[in-house]
Design a protein around this ligand. Structure first.
Ligand code: F6P
Length: 536
């Protein structure tokens, strides 16, 4: 069913057309609002009081979730039903982090034992590499790990590695090659020694152009340094669902860590795709990371909708986007370790919910996934926050922060967090022209120094960035995306939109070498011809 056919959607539309709630008024009318509009789960606190939600709107949004059958779809997700209908697949990333004795079935078969078996193999391998027992071809221990992958086979691992660097084994260095631009590979391996490098070729399909090109280049680079084909098995491992292609590439399937088609690429960081993270933080740390994800899964599964963090975040997003006219979501982590989190979320959210037809193929008549962007604070404050505060667009923000720093330097953490709280306060309440005038600002500058306020934000807080809290944060956003996709009636688990470009690139690549007339539109033909001339 289309989202705008639900009675609650229609009531929300009428409300939005007839009310203009402001955060100043909402707070003035309810002195307890800041204590009331918050919820906690899996170590995270969500303050959503600075969202433009009246009690009536909140009630209607919860109704909408019920009318869109969020609870039933959630049960179908966790129950291993084929909810990715366009690819005829179950969606069971939650099974990757289920406890060893849990039962999660697809078509009557429990998948948890297989998951645990791969985790145990990953743990043994990580231990061998970290301890120096696993040696390179010339007998030297591994000093550098290079993950080759793209999309979900890169963004999750690199984001989580950067986020948990404080917990990593500093005897090893980690590098992530994703772009088909050869400069990525060249720069990342520039200072590495082939004798001490371990390449992880991470690709669900093992056919992705970028990853296969980089993997072949890595192989040539390694053989250029070591000169012997048999070195490959000591320096290459693969993570994939496609054993046949892994073998064809020349990686021994003994050195392959598998996963399954019911794990979407952007939901795969808890699978063997997270091998680089496990090598960095150890098997115990990785278990903690999975435990945090599982804790959030349980919260999502069990908490009533009105206290359910992913549901509340999804609903506030829908209110902002479909009824208040916002088009994007700024994700602003106040932790340098989380600097890649916005990039990670871009794939998670935009590849999942960047859809314009419903599950039954009907065009939607409302906007779906938001444009997700952001940067670590406080850096963004000196770049784009001006537009958020005084620009013409409504840009809801998610602030993310921690009570404790992992590097306890005097002053820094308090100053960092003071900025989180200051930003959301300024966005919500602004500064009226009267207040500006009263502070002695000359008349001609009053308009310039006025802050309209009434700009919605949520604040997510945890005590400390740990493998567990990071796992929970990732799962929180995964489920938020799922709830929104459910309400919009779309399939959050396919990504057909990325295919056409891939097909055309395969067609154009040989044309760039050739000299015959290219067969495209006049613009593309002219661009190809320019390239041929200039590169000659
Ligand atoms: O961008 C399309 C996509 O299929 C993503 O969904 C996926 O994460 C990425 O490519 C990489 O795919 P693979 O892991 O199969 O190389």
């Amino acid at each position: 069913m289309k989202a705008d056919q639900h009675p609650a959607w229609q009531a929300l539309r009428t409300y939005a057309e007839t009310h203009q709630d402001t955060l100043r008024h909402l707070f003035a009318a309810d002195p307890e609002r800041g204590q009331r509009l918050r919820a906690g789960g899996a170590g995270w606190l969500l303050d959503y009081s600075k969202q433009r939600l009246s009690g009536e709107v909140l009630g209607l949004l919860l109704e909408l979730a019920r009318q869109a059958q969020v609870e039933q779809r959630r049960a179908a997700l966790f129950g291993g039903e084929t909810i990715n209908a366009t690819e005829q697949r179950a969606v069971l990333h939650t099974a990757l982090r289920a406890p060893a004795d849990a039962v999660t079935e697809i078509g009557g078969e429990n998948v948890v034992p297989e998951v645990q078996e791969v985790l145990a193999r990953m743990a043994a391998f990580s231990k061998a590499v970290r301890s120096g027992e696993w040696r390179g071809y010339t007998g030297k221990r591994i000093e550098a790990v290079v993950n080759i992958g793209i999309g979900g086979s890169d963004l999750g691992p690199v984001m989580a590695y950067e986020a948990l660097k404080a917990y990593s084994d500093r005897q090893l260095t980690f590098h992530f090659v994703s772009n088909v631009d050869g400069n990525d590979f060249a720069e990342k391996v520039r200072d590495l020694n082939p004798e001490t490098v371990l390449f992880i070729v991470a690709s669900k399909t093992f056919t992705t152009l970028e990853t296969m090109t980089n993997a072949q280049t890595a192989r040539r680079w390694l053989l250029g340094g070591l000169g012997d084909e048999s070195a490959v098995s000591r320096h290459f491992v693969a993570v994939s669902t496609n054993a046949a292609e892994v073998e064809k590439f020349g990686i021994d399937t003994q050195n392959m860590f598998g996963f399954w088609d019911w794990v979407g690429g952007r939901y795969s960081v808890g699978s063997a795709i997270g091998l680089s993270l496990m090598l960095a933080i150890g098997a115990e740390g990785f278990r903690e990371f999975l435990a945090g994800m599982h804790e959030m899964d349980q919260h999502f599964l069990e908490a009533p909708l009105e206290e359910n963090l992913p549901v509340l975040m999804a609903l506030t997003g829908i209110w902002n986007q479909n009824f208040l006219g916002a088009e994007s979501l700024a994700v602003l982590p106040y932790s340098e370790y989380l600097r890649l989190f916005p990039a990670y979320l871009q794939q998670l959210d935009m590849e999942s919910n960047g859809k314009s037809v419903t599950l039954s193929g009907e065009a939607v008549s409302y906007s779906t996934g938001p444009i997700v962007w952001g940067q670590a604070g406080t850096n963004g404050q000196h770049a784009f926050y001006q537009l958020i505060h005084q620009g013409t667009r409504l840009i809801p923000c998610d602030f993310i922060g921690f009570a404790r720093s992992l590097n306890d330097l005097p002053l820094h953490q308090d100053l960092l967090m003071a900025n989180v709280f200051a930003q959301s306060e300024a966005l919500a309440f602004g500064r009226t022209a009267e207040e500006v005038r009263d502070s002695g600002v000359p008349d001609e500058l009053v308009a310039h120094k006025t802050f309209p306020g009434n700009r919605p934000s949520s604040t997510l807080l945890a005590r400390e960035l740990t493998p567990r809290s990071l796992g929970a944060l990732i799962a929180l956003y995964e489920h938020k995306v799922f709830v929104q996709g459910t309400i919009w009636g779309i399939n959050s688990f396919d990504q057909w939109g990325v295919e056409l470009g891939k097909v055309l690139a395969q067609k154009i690549a040989p044309e760039l070498e050739g000299s015959g007339a290219p067969h495209h539109d006049s613009s593309t033909n002219a661009l190809i011809e320019w390239y041929r001339r200039e590169k000659a």
